[in-house]
Write a protein that binds this ligand. Structure first.
Ligand code: PLP
Length: 473
C-alpha cells in the first residue's frame, strides 16, 4: 500500500471511530443475529488476488459491524465492563504502527522501561505495598495462572519444573472465585480434585475459619497446601474476602496468597475504598485489570508480586539466540510470564494515566459508585424488588420478588432479564447466589451518566410490571 492510500484510509478510519464512539449509545446494544448468520455472508476461502481497502472497509460496515456487541454503549451494565477511551485507542494505533515485539529489553528498550515506570505509577496510585513489583500480562486469567505456577515452584523448591509433579498440592479459593482459578489449576497440573472451594458468609465472602479447617484437614491427610486465592470483588456479586484474616492463615502455614481483584482493584485509587484491601501486605501476588475499569483497551492486566525472583526463576529460559550483553542490568519481561512474544501494552496505559491523571480516574470511579448506589436505593425503595448482595462498589445484584416460590422466582427473573435485554436499549447479565437466580447491573462504562441509570431503572420497572400483571390474553 502506498503512503497516500494509507493516509487517506487512516483519516477515514479515525473519522469512523470518532463517530462510532460519539454515537455508540444509539445502536441496538446486542445485535439481533442468529448463530451462523455472519459466517454465511463470508466467502469460504481467502481471496486469491488482493482487494482494495475501499471494498474491505465496505464489507466491514455491511457484514461485520452489524454483528458486533457494543461494549462501549453508555447502557452497558453486563458482566464487568471492558472500557476503552480515546487516548487508549490512539495509543494502540501507535503500537500497531510501530509493530514492535517487546519480548526482551533489547527488542525495544523503551517498551521495557516504560512498563517498569507505569507499573510503579499504578502501585503508588493504588497504595499497594511498596516492596511489590509489577508486570503487564494479557488477562487476569493468565496472571492467576502465573501465580499458581510460581506458588507450585516455591512449594516444591523448584523441583516440579525439573521433575514434574510428584505429590499433590492443594489450592484454596472461595466458592465464589472466578472460573479462571479452576482453569489455571487444571493447566498448571494441580488437578481439579485438589481445589477446595471454601464456603462463604451471608455477604459471599470467604469464611476464614472454614479455610483454616480445610487446610488442617488436608495436612492431616498428608496433602500439601500450596496456594490460597482470595478475591476482592467477586465476579458474581463483588464480595470482598477478608485479606487480613486470610493472610494471617497463609503466613502461619507458609502458603502462597494470590489476590484476584480483576474488577475491584481500580477502586483502590480511592482512599475511602482502601479498607477493602486491608491485609494486602500479606499478598505474594495481586492482579487487577486496567482493561476492565481503568479506561485501557482490552487487553491489559496488571500483575504485582512480592518476590520477582521467584517469578523469574519459574519462567526463565536461556536459549543462546536470546542472550544479550545487558541481561544482568535490565528486566527481560519474557521471563515474567508465559508467552515469549509481548505486545507493547504499557504505551496505552501511559497515555491513559497521563491524559486522565489520578484525579480523572478517581472522579470516574466515584461517579460510577454513586450511580450504582442510586440504583440500589431504587431497588430497596421498591416493594417488588429485593437487593441480593451488598453493594460496596458499582455492581448491584437484585431480583424481582412477589413472594412466589424460589423456583418460580428464578423463572420470573430470567424472563425479566430477557425482556429487558430484548429491547436492545441496555444490557445486563445474571448469576446465581446460593442457588438463587440474580440479575446483575454493573455501572462502570466510561460514558454512563445519571440519565442512563435512571432510564435503566424505569425500563426494568416497566418490564417487571408487565410480568407481575397477569395479561388479559
Ligand atoms: C473478569 C475477572 C477475571 C477474568 O479476567 P480476564 O482478564 O478476562 O481473564 C478474573 N477474576 C475476576 C474476579 C474477574 O472479575
Amino acid at each position: 500500500m502506498d503512503k497516500e492510500t494509507f493516509r487517506k484510509h487512516g483519516y477515514e478510519f479515525i473519522d469512523w471511530v470518532a463517530d462510532y464512539l460519539e454515537n455508540v449509545g444509539e445502536y441496538r446494544i446486542c445485535p439481533d443475529v442468529r448463530p451462523g448468520e455472519i459466517k454465511q455472508k463470508l466467502p469460504k476461502e481467502a481471496p486469491g488476488k488482493g482487494e482494495s481497502l475501499d471494498i474491505i472497509f465496505n464489507d466491514f460496515k455491511r457484514k461485520i459491524f452489524p454483528g458486533m456487541t457494543h461494549w462501549q454503549h453508555p447502557s452497558w451494565f453486563a458482566y464487568f465492563p471492558a472500557n476503552n477511551s480515546p487516548p487508549s485507542v490512539l495509543a494502540e494505533l501507535l503500537t500497531a504502527g510501530m509493530g514492535a515485539q517487546c519480548m526482551i529489553w533489547e527488542t525495544s528498550p523503551a517498551a521495557a522501561e516504560l512498563e517498569e515506570v507505569v507499573m510503579e505509577w499504578l502501585k503508588s496510585m493504588l497504595a499497594l505495598p511498596k516492596g511489590m513489583t509489577g508486570v503487564i500480562q494479557d488477562t487476569a486469567s493468565t496472571s492467576s495462572l502465573v501465580a499458581l505456577l510460581t506458588a507450585r515452584e516455591k512449594a516444591t523448591g523448584f523441583e516440579s519444573n525439573v521433575k514434574g509433579f510428584k505429590e499433590p498440592l492443594v489450592i484454596y479459593c472461595s466458592e465464589e472465585s472466578h472460573s479462571s482459578v479452576e482453569k489455571g489449576a487444571k493447566i498448571a497440573g494441580f488437578g481439579k480434585e485438589n481445589i477446595r472451594h471454601i464456603p462463604t458468609d451471608k455477604d459471599y465472602a470467604v469464611l476464614p475459619g472454614e479455610l483454616e479447617k480445610s487446610i488442617f484437614e488436608d495436612m492431616n491427610k498428608g496433602l500439601k497446601p500450596c496456594c490460597v486465592v482470595a478475591t476482592v470483588g467477586t465476579t458474581s456479586s463483588s464480595a470482598i474476602d477478608p485479606l487480613d484474616k486470610i493472610g494471617e492463615i497463609c503466613k502461619r502455614y507458609n502458603i502462597w496468597l494470590h489476590v484476584d481483584a480483576a474488577y475491584a482493584g481500580t477502586a483502590s485509587v480511592l482512599p475511602e475504598k482502601r479498607w477493602m484491601f486491608k491485609g494486602i501486605e500479606y499478598a505474594d501476588s495481586f492482579v487487577f485489570n486496567p482493561h476492565k475499569w481503568m479506561l485501557t483497551n482490552f487487553d491489559c492486566s496488571a500483575y504485582f508480586v512480592k518476590e520477582p525472583d521467584l517469578l523469574v526463576r519459574t519462567f526463565e529460559i536461556h536459549p543462546e539466540y536470546l542472550k544479550t550483553g545487558v541481561d544482568s542490568q535490565v528486566k527481560n519481561y519474557r521471563d515474567w510470564g508465559i508467552a515469549l512474544g509481548r505486545r507493547f501494552r504499557a504505551l496505552k496505559l501511559w497515555f491513559v494515566l497521563r491524559y486522565y491523571g489520578i484525579e480523572g480516574i478517581q472522579e470516574m470511579v466515584r461517579k460510577h459508585i454513586e450511580l450504582a448506589q442510586s440504583f440500589k436505593d431504587k431497588v430497596e425503595g421498591s416493594p417488588s424488588f429485593e437487593l441480593m448482595a451488598p453493594v460496596p462498589l458499582s455492581l448491584v445484584c437484585f431480583r424481582l420478588n412477589d413472594g412466589s416460590s424460589e423456583g418460580e422466582l428464578n423463572r420470573m427473573n430470567r424472563r425479566l432479564l430477557e425482556a429487558v435485554n430484548q429491547t436492545g436499549k441496555l444490557h445486563m447479565t445474571h448469576t446465581t447466589l446460593k442457588g438463587k437466580y440474580v440479575i446483575r447491573l454493573c455501572v462502570a462504562s466510561r460514558t454512563t451518566e445519571k440519565q442512563d441509570v435512571e432510564r435503566a431503572w424505569e425500563l426494568i420497572d416497566e418490564k417487571a410490571r408487565e410480568i407481575l400483571t397477569p395479561s388479559s390474553t
